[in-house]
Structure formats: C-alpha cells, structure tokens
Design a protein around this ligand. Structure first.
Ligand code: T5A
Length: 231
C-alpha cells in the first residue's frame, strides 16, 4: 500500500505547502549526504511513501549535462559568475522537471543538495554577493523552497578522509582546497543558525546512527506522515 503525504497548512515559509514534502540534504564533501539520501529512501519505501530521489546539479538531462561541464571541466576556465549561473540554470530545469511534479503528486522529494549549496559554495566559498545570489536563485526556483534542509556536518578533513577511503576523485570544485571548504562549512553553519527550516546533524557517528537521528527529526517535525512506530 502506498500513502500520499497529508496536506499541511501554509506556514508562511515560502515552501510549497499542501502538496508533498520537500527535503534537501546538504553539507561539505564526504559528509555522507548520498549515503543518508539512500537510507532515507529505503525508510520512505518501508513506510509506503512514494518518493523521488535526485541530486543537484543534475536530476534532468540538461542538468546532468551542466553537471559535467561544472564538475569535469578539466583545464577549461570557469569564472565564478559562470559557475553560479550554470548551477542556477540546472536548478531551474530541476524544479520544473522534477521537484514540482513530485510535490504536485503529493509525494516526498528528496534532493542531494539544493539552494543552500549555492549560498555556501558560490556565496561563502567563492565570495559572490549573497543578495545577488538569493535573487537569481529565487528566479531559478520560482520561490520553491524545501520544507526542511538537513545540513550534515563533520570537520572538513574528516569528510575528505571519507572520500579518500571511498576512492573518490576530487572534482573541479572540491579541488579548491581546505580554506575554501572551511568557508563553505562556516557558511552552512551560519545559515542554519538563522533559519529554522535548516537543521544541522552531526554526521560524525556511524551511518546507522546518523540515519536514526534523521528519522527522529522527521518524526518530530512532521508527525504526519512520519508517525513513530513501536518496537
Ligand atoms: N555545488 C553544488 C556547488 O558548488 N553549488 C551548488 O549550487 C550545487 C548544487 C557536487 C559539487 O557541486 C558543488 C558542491 C560539490 O562540490 P557531489 O558529487 O554531488 O558534488 O557532492 P559531494 O559532496 O562531492 O558528494 P560525495 O559523494 O563526495 O559526498 P557525500 O554524498 O557527502 O558522501 P557519501 O555518502 O558519498 O559518503 C562518502 C564516503 O563516506 C562513507 C560512505 O560509505 C562513502 O564511502 N560514509 C561514512 N563513513 C563513516 N561514517 C559515516 N556516518 C559515513 N557516511 C558515509
């Protein structure tokens, strides 16, 4: 049996309300977002909640093509402004092609990265003006915002060590080095401190413990449809 997400009242946050549930997973490289997205998807499946799992940049054919340019561009020079606009171009397609249809069906949308990545990487990391990023991002998303964003957090070196252990090669942005990634991490933490729809989760413990914390949080924030079960 599958269940739809029950309608919720508009809380004035700007999120798409009344339809579906929009969750974004965020954090610096190697914190375990992809792992947590997979575990969350498995749990949603167990609960009988239809969901869509996608990543940014990407999620649509044009988004995946932009991802290749952005992350695998090798020696090609990509000015910071170009990087920002390409991220947002991919997001515009992602919102219209994936996020909105999922929410309109009353399902759960789980995305591995969304707008906070842009504020953290292109804003805090690259130093592009945040006000400008916010208004361009609002144009790209049409104002669609996650109901909840989970920022997984570990020290930068810890995330890099996980990536090395997994044999993952650094992409163009990850190759910016530690000072850049420290600014990104600080950006995430600063945004979480100001916005109650953004919650920081300590991603240092083993995967299953981090996932248990995710469940707990979702059950607390959204009693429907994540009603705790006994046992
Ligand atoms: N970007 C993106 C921008 O600059 N602006 C934007 O607007 C957007 C949307 C995307 C890049 O694009 C940039 C940011 C990024 O640089 P990506 O590949 O999507 O790149 O993102 P990464 O962060 O690089 O993804 P990773 O796969 O490297 O990291 P994850 O998803 O955080 O980590 P995960 O789950 O793959 O785990 C890494 C390893 O750690 C282990 C896993 O088994 C795996 O081996 N692990 C754990 N080990 C111990 N304890 C735990 N709790 C663990 N959890 C996972």
């Amino acid at each position: 049996m599958t269940h739809r997400v029950p309608p919720r009242a508009n809380d004035g946050s700007g999120a798409v309300s009344g339809h579906g549930l929009f969750l974004a997973l965020e954090g610096v490289e190697g914190v375990g977002k992809t792992t947590q997205a997979r575990l969350l998807g498995e749990w949603l499946g167990e609960l009988g909640l239809p969901y869509t799992l996608a990543r940014e940049p990407g999620g649509t054919p044009v988004g995946e093509a932009i991802r290749q340019v952005l992350l695998d561009s090798g020696a090609m020079a990509v000015p910071d402004e170009t990087e920002l606009l390409l991220m947002l171009a991919a997001r515009a397609a992602f919102v219209r092609g994936v996020v909105l249809p999922t929410l309109k069906r009353g399902e759960v949308m789980v995305t591995d990265r969304f707008e906070l990545s842009t504020f953290a990487y292109q804003g805090a990391g690259r130093g592009l003006p945040l006000d400008r990023i916010r208004s361009l991002n609002a144009f790209a998303t049409g104002g669609v915002r996650p109901d909840l964003t989970l920022v997984f957090d570990v020290p930068v070196e810890h995330g890099q060590a996980r990536q090395r252990a997994a044999g993952k090669l650094q992409d163009r942005i990850e190759g910016e080095g530690n000072a850049f990634l420290e600014r990104v991490r600080a950006g995430y933490l600063a945004m979480a401190a100001k916005d109650e729809s953004v919650v920081v989760i300590d991603a240092g413990p083993p995967e299953d413990q981090v996932h248990a914390r995710v469940r707990e949080l979702l059950q607390l924030r959204f009693p429907e449809p994540f009603r705790p079960t006994r046992g």
